[in-house]
Structures are given as C-alpha cells and as structure tokens.
Design a protein around this ligand. Structure first.
Ligand code: BMA
Length: 331
C-alpha cells in the first residue's frame, strides 16, 4: 500500500482531551470537549489557546503551555476578553495566534445575533508571563465588519501594510450553518479598520476542498508564505469531511497563489478524528516551526507541528517538514 508521507501523527492518540482539563470554577465543570487551538512559540515554549465547550454548550478559551510542544500544562483560568463593542455574542471561538512586531495577537470567530464576525484582540504584552498574557485579551478591531470566519493575521507587515486572510460566509452548507468557498485578503495601516484587497483562492466543487477556510497563520519560507487551510467535501450523504491542504503565496504579493496541494495532506483516519461531536473532522488552527534562519525564514528542514481539532472533540497534532509540505504544494 502506498503512503502519503507529507505529515505524520507523532502520538498514538489525541494530544489533549476533556480529561486534560481541570474544572475552572464557576464556568467550566466536567468539560465536554476541547478542540481547534491557536498556537505560537515564544522563547522556546509552545503556547496554545484552547477552545473549550461545556456541557451547557457554552464556549471558553483556555491557555496552555508546554516546554516540548507535546506535554501541556493547562491554565487554571479561562481567558477574559474585554473592550468588545456592544453586541450580542453567543460564542467566541477558534482562536488563531500571531506574534507580530513583538506583540501577541489573537483572532477569534464570534457567533452573534447578526451572524458571524471575526475579532482581533491583543495581549497586554506579557510575553514572559506563564501563559504569555493569553489570559487577558483586549479588543482591537472587527475584521471588515462582515459575516466572515477563519481570519488569520500575517506575522509581519508586507509593503508597509498589515495583512490578513479571512473567509466570508456566503455558501449555505447542507443541514449546516453558513460557510464559504473563497479566502479573501484584507489590509490595514494600523490593524483597524481593514480594507478588502481581493480574492486569494476558492474551493473546487466536487472534490476534497469544495468549501475552504484558512487554518493557522502563514509561515514565511524561501518558497513563499506557506499556508495550511481546511477544505470541506460536502458531496457525501451522511457527513461533511474536513481535511487539511497547503498553499504557497507570493512573499511580496500574498494574494497571488504560487502552488497548491491537489489532494489533502491530512484527512480523518484515526478513530478520534472520525468519531465525536462532529464526525470526520480534522480542523487545523495552530502551527509552530522548530526553527527559522537568521532572516526569519523557516528552512526546508524545519519541522512544522500542526495542532488541530479532531471531530470537534479533542486536540491532536501532526508534523512534517517545511520541505515536504512545499513539495506537496507542487504535486
Ligand atoms: C467549521 C467551524 C469549526 C468547526 C468545523 C467542523 O465551520 O465551525 O469551528 O470545527 O466547522 O464542525
């Protein structure tokens, strides 16, 4: 049997499960699920911001930290989000983390009574604190003030402007919430407001990536911005299948796609990916690289660790080198 060796799962099971979570009184008691974490490495330590769901199906974000990227200590407090303009928010979830000009930023999805929104937050610059300041997040801006999801901030300015990718909610999923099939670029001079800067890529009807959305923030390589995204195959009767693909974007003009994986590079295969709250889901939301060169590029030999939600129930990890993922983009 031939094997696709782009990514491997280094563990024999999930990385974090509901059992990994302490009770965080009064909000989280006997949590139901933990999934879709944001990830960042600061001073050699891996920080995750976990999406935690309670038995009341309420949503919290909880920081966790690790010295080796595989064994995590979970905070005894959920993150406090402050400064959001007056709006009715039901859920604040799927955090994506970006370290940019020495400051840690988080973008979350919001379910509001006016549809989906994405919000940009920043920490209070406590990068050397145990949880890198992820316990206190201050509102910065809403992304384009439109119904959108899966927004991710680039880790540096390009041609003087801040850049982000997001995925407007336009397509109606069968039996599901609003989703979308086009990733868009937005730019800003000061992280607020954001202006539309055009379409980057869209889904492929009938194949693995009919609907798409950004995964973790892009990784800078000599080949271009390496970006992992999720694709959803919607043409199966019983469930939508969420998988992972990769794309290379031009370093100076990141709305230009240079190469893109034809097939997915990770799909639900393990029991914990196929069974859970939402079956058949691998949803990449955090990525770290083992090292960068002197100019901040991740070299081909660097190891990319992808932290993903499996079946909307647990957190899992997959890894592969920059070189292997770049090669898959050209196949
Ligand atoms: C997407 C988002 C994710 C979720 C995924 C699979 O639309 O809502 O938060 O993990 O669906 O259910």
């Amino acid at each position: 049997m031939s094997e696709n060796n782009t990514l491997i799962r280094p563990l024999n099971g999930p990385l974090l499960t509901r059992e990994s979570l302490p009770d965080l009184l009064p909000d989280i008691v006997d949590a139901s699920s933990v999934f879709n974490p944001g990830a960042v490495v600061i001073a050699g330590r891996t920080h995750l911001l976990l999406r935690v769901q309670t038995r009341g199906r309420r949503t919290f974000c909880v920081p966790a930290v690790s010295d080796d990227g595989l064994s995590f200590r979970v905070s005894g407090q959920s993150s406090q989000f402050t400064g959001l303009p007056d709006m009715c928010v039901y859920h604040n979830y799927d955090p994506r983390l970006t370290l940019l000009e020495g400051r840690l930023y988080v973008i979350t999805a919001l379910d509001t009574d006016d549809g989906g929104r994405c919000a940009l937050w920043r920490t209070n610059n406590l990068l050397d604190a145990e949880f890198a300041g992820l316990d206190q997040l201050e509102f910065v801006s809403l992304i384009n003030n439109q119904d959108t999801r899966n927004a991710v901030l680039f880790p540096e300015r390009i041609a003087g402007l801040f850049h982000l990718l997001h995925r407007p909610n336009l397509t109606v999923l069968n039996r599901g919430p609003l989703s979308g099939s086009t990733i868009q670029m937005s730019v800003s001079e000061d992280l607020k407001p954001w202006q539309d800067a055009g379409e980057v890529m869209s889904g492929n009807p009938h194949y693995w990536d009919e609907l798409i959305g950004s995964g973790p923030p892009p990784i800078k390589t000599r080949h271009g911005w390496l970006h992992l995204y999720h694709g959803v195959a919607t043409h199966f009767q019983s469930s939508n299948i969420y998988q992972v693909g990769a794309v290379l974007l031009d370093l100076n003009h990141p709305a230009n796609v240079l190469a893109r994986t034809r097939d997915n590079i990770l799909e639900p295969r393990e029991s914990w990916e196929k069974m859970g709250q939402v079956p058949n889901v691998v949803f990449p939301s955090g990525a770290t690289v083992s090292h960068e060169d002197d100019e901040g590029f991740a070299p081909d030999g660097a190891m990319v660790r992808i932290y993903y939600g499996a079946a909307d129930t647990v957190v899992a990890v997959a890894e592969g080198t920059v070189g292997a993922i770049v090669k898959a983009c050209h196949q």
